[in-house]
Design a protein around this ligand. Structure first.
Ligand code: HEC
Length: 211
């Protein structure tokens, strides 16, 4: 009797496990990322205004520029954060393409240029090199930056997180790019100068300013 009871309990447990496993596999199949040849819908958002004008609820942090966020970014944290990209992207030098292209040295590289990867027409048509800003826009909302892209990643809304990722991507390269300068309120005083510095030692500007 006792062992029969035990069998029933074990049986129930086993059944539960099997059910969970089945659910897991089914869910995996249903929600697996797959790219239609032509995306069903495109949301055209003007690139630069996307963050500002769009969602409305842009958190305060988003107001910081990429340059500002990068200044305090941590590539180590970025390396951990790109785990969420790793289902599609390989980051090793000379590593393979996956669902997405290999991303070693992607900062500064021409868009849609990695050998052997079949990019979407939209990506190929985008043109230019991957700057920090462009990658930032792209991974904030891939389909807003490049309508028609094959990258089905939903986007990363957290600016500090993206900056860490950018810092890591830049480091993970043969030729890391100089970080963008933080555009401060200082309007580059002596630099521009409306007069060529011919006057030499005469303090030209200051007296004229007097009224
Ligand atoms: C679901 C799969 C998937 C995930 C997750 C994903 N990507 Fe992508 N990614 C792609 C695909 C596919 C492309 C090619 C897009 C195209 O051709 O339109 C791509 C392209 C890119 C490119 C352009 C590369 C080039 O050579 O021009 C960058 C940069 C990029 N991804 C960064 C990221 C980052 C960073 C993450 C994580 C935060 C990420 N991706 C997550 C699938 C993915």
């Amino acid at each position: 009797m006792d062992s029969f009871e035990l069998n029933k309990i074990l049986g129930a447990l086993l059944f539960t496990c099997l059910l969970t496993l089945t659910l897991n596999i089914t869910a995996g199949a249903v929600f697996a990322p797959h790219q239609p040849a032509k995306p069903g819908f495109e949301i055209a958002v003007p690139e630069s205004d996307a963050a500002a004008a769009g969602g409305g609820a842009a958190p305060a942090e988003e107001k910081k520029s990429v340059a500002e966020l990068l200044a305090s970014a941590d590539p180590k944290k970025g390396e951990a954060a790109v785990k969420k990209c790793a289902s599609c992207h390989n980051f090793a030098k000379g590593g393979p393409n996956g669902i997405g292209p290999n991303l070693y040295g992607v900062v500064g590289r021409a868009k849609g240029s990695h050998a052997g990867f079949n990019y979407s027409d939209a990506m190929k048509a985008k043109g230019g090199n991957w700057t920090f800003e462009d990658i930032d826009h792209f991974i904030t909302n891939p389909k807003a930056f490049i309508p028609g892209t094959k990258m089905t990643y939903a986007g990363d809304a957290k600016g500090t997180d993206r900056a860490n990722i950018l810092a890591y991507l830049n480091q993970n390269s043969d030729s890391p790019q100089p970080l963008p300068k933080v555009a401060e309120s200082k309007p580059a005083e002596g630099a521009g100068g409306d007069k060529p510095a011919a006057g030499g030692d005469k303090p030209a500007a200051a007296p004229e300013k007097k009224q």
